[in-house]
Structure formats: C-alpha cells, structure tokens
Design a protein around this ligand. Sequence first.
Ligand SMILES: Cc1cc2nc3c(=O)[nH]c(=O)nc-3n(C[C@H](O)[C@H](O)[C@H](O)COP(=O)(O)OP(=O)(O)OC[C@H]3O[C@@H](n4cnc5c(N)ncnc54)[C@H](O)[C@@H]3O)c2cc1C
Length: 325
Amino acid sequence: MAACVLIVGQGLAGTVLGWSLSRAGIDWRMIDSGHADAASRVAAGIINPVTGQRWVKTWRIDELWPGARATYRAIENDFGVPLWRELTIRRFWRTEKERRTLLNKIERGVLAPWVQFVDATSCGLAPAGRVNVPLLLAAARKRWLAEGRLVEARFDWANRAKHGGWVIDCTGAAAREGPFAAHGFAVSKGEVLRARVAGLADDEIIHRGHWVLPDDSGEAWIGATHEPGVDDVTPTAEARDALLRSARKLGCERINVSEHLVGLRLAARDMRPMIGVHPADPQLGIFGALGSKGVLYAPWLAQQWVEHIMQRSAFNSDVAARFER
Ligand SMILES: Cc1cc2nc3c(=O)[nH]c(=O)nc-3n(C[C@H](O)[C@H](O)[C@H](O)COP(=O)(O)OP(=O)(O)OC[C@H]3O[C@@H](n4cnc5c(N)ncnc54)[C@H](O)[C@@H]3O)c2cc1C
C-alpha cells in the first residue's frame, strides 16, 4: 500500500475519493485551488435513470444505483448534513414520436423498473436521486481543512516528482491541460439558474427538455444547457432566456432568479468516465471525465481506486484509461 495518496482537486471526484480512502484506512492529502470553475459547484446533482429523446436507460443504472445510494447515505451520516433525496422525475414528452418511442420501450420491458406511471402528457421516472453536491463539497472541505488534510493552493504538475507516492488527478475540466491532456477530452458548457419558483411539489422534478428541481432550501434549480465544444464560463442571456422559457412551459409562472451559474463538463470521446494510471508514470492516476452523470459514477469509480491502491486490482475495462489498451 502507498504511504500517502495526494488527491489533486476537491470537486465531486476528489471528495468521494477522499472519503472512500479514509473509510478504507488509506492515508491521503488533498490540494485544491478553490472551486471557482468547478463543475461540482453548479451541478444540480440529479441521478436520472432514463434520458434523451430516445428514452435511453442510463448506462449501468440498475447495477450502480444501490451502491450510489448507500455511499451518499453513509457520507451524509458521517458529515451530519442532509445530502441524499429520492424523487420522481415527471417528464413531459415534446412530440408524438417521443411518446410512441416511450410506449414501445415500456412494452418491450426495456425501461423496467424505472417508469412508474404514464398519463396523457407525461410519465414518472422513479426513483431518481438527488445529491446536494455544493453542500457535500462544503462539509468535506470544512472537515478536511480542520484536520490539516486539505491545502488551498494550485498544484503545479511540474512538481509531481516531489511527491513520492500516488498522485491522482481529480481536476475536472482542468485535466485537459494536465498530465493526461494527450487523451483528447471534450468539454461541454452548462448553464443553470437558481430561483424562487412558486407552486412546485417538493418531491418531483419536472422535465421537458430542461428540468426544474425543487431544492431543500426553498429555492429551485432550472437547468441545464449543453453546449458541446464551448470552452468559456461566461453566463449568456440566450441560455437564461431558454431556461426560463422551458420553465414557463412546465407551468412555472412566478420565477425570481437569484443566481446564474456556469460550469464545464469534461467527457472522454466515448462519453464514459475515466480512471487509470498514466502510461509513463505508474503512480500517477486519473479520476475524471464524469460528463453529466458524475453523481451516479463517482462512488463506483472511487471504490475501484481503493481496491487498486490496496490490492492492485484491475480497473473495470469499460472505464479504465483507454490509452492503456
Ligand atoms: C450545469 C451543470 C449541471 C450539472 N448537473 C449534473 C447533475 O444533475 N447530475 C450529475 O451527475 N452531474 C451533473 N453535472 C456534471 C457534474 O458537475 C460533473 O460530472 C462533476 O461535478 C465533475 O466533478 P469533478 O470533481 O471531476 O470536477 P470539478 O467539479 O470541476 O472539480 C475539479 C476541482 O479541481 C480543482 N483544480 C483544478 N486544477 C487544479 C490544480 N492544478 N491544482 C489544484 N486544484 C485544481 C478545481 O478548482 C476544482 O475544485 C452538471 C454539470 C454542469 C456544468
């Protein structure tokens, strides 16, 4: 076992990894440059079991849902903050073709057990999960700063050799400029609104192209845009208008926007997350490319890292760094 693991980045990946290493009794430290551009700062934290116009079951949802739920519940118990909720996504179809595709897939049993009801205009996808990611980051940061595990600074990759043990790159979109840059990641800009929205049900996310998620704080999240290849973090009036238009179509009339947030999602070309070891440095790892589904995948990937560090276990071949093949 390595003497001490250095985690670079305290977004969702670094946070779930740090917590999992602690649980396994592995010594670790963390360096994070602040969350200014962290995708995790703006993540609504939804685990949506069925997505897209073609109603595709989320990759590995049946297998990963129980572990994700157990992990976030354990983390919330440990940190003493409410992180995990289960809700229904009431999704309205936009076209007759979408409706027919849904009914066809239900009939073939492809979407079981995630579609709970279908009515004249919508269906209920459940259970859907929601992790309060900003609260998770804040609770972890507070504890780890107090324990002296976390240093607030930017890690300079030129100094990698000064750290003898494992170094794991959990830098989110910044990984495209770090030691794993050669992999050729893609980014997608995403914008969300935080707003007071009158008349929302507590236990339902409403969805029609975009979604409206009621938060524990009494505010709601309205999101999210996807702009593949766009690499800036400037909020735009176009995105704000599109999100507000969608929310109104979902029946939200009184909306008071309090924040307009932007983040960059990082994805590999095949849209699967990536964990693994650098081909030229056997103790330099990556945990990233979480795309738009990081909340579901992070606990599974963190557990693989724990087993790799402790027992040299192989990573699952679907997510192992593709340049290793
Ligand atoms: C608008 C939007 C909505 C989303 N909604 C959802 C959702 O509902 N459900 C879901 O599952 N996913 C969602 N996502 C995706 C989710 O945000 C990401 O999958 C996940 O947060 C990525 O986490 P990460 O830890 O890899 O990266 P990040 O959160 O970006 O964290 C990286 C951290 O590394 C730090 N860092 C970078 N470089 C250095 C360095 N050199 N030294 C030190 N520190 C460094 C950064 O400051 C940051 O704190 C959404 C994303 C966006 C943009």
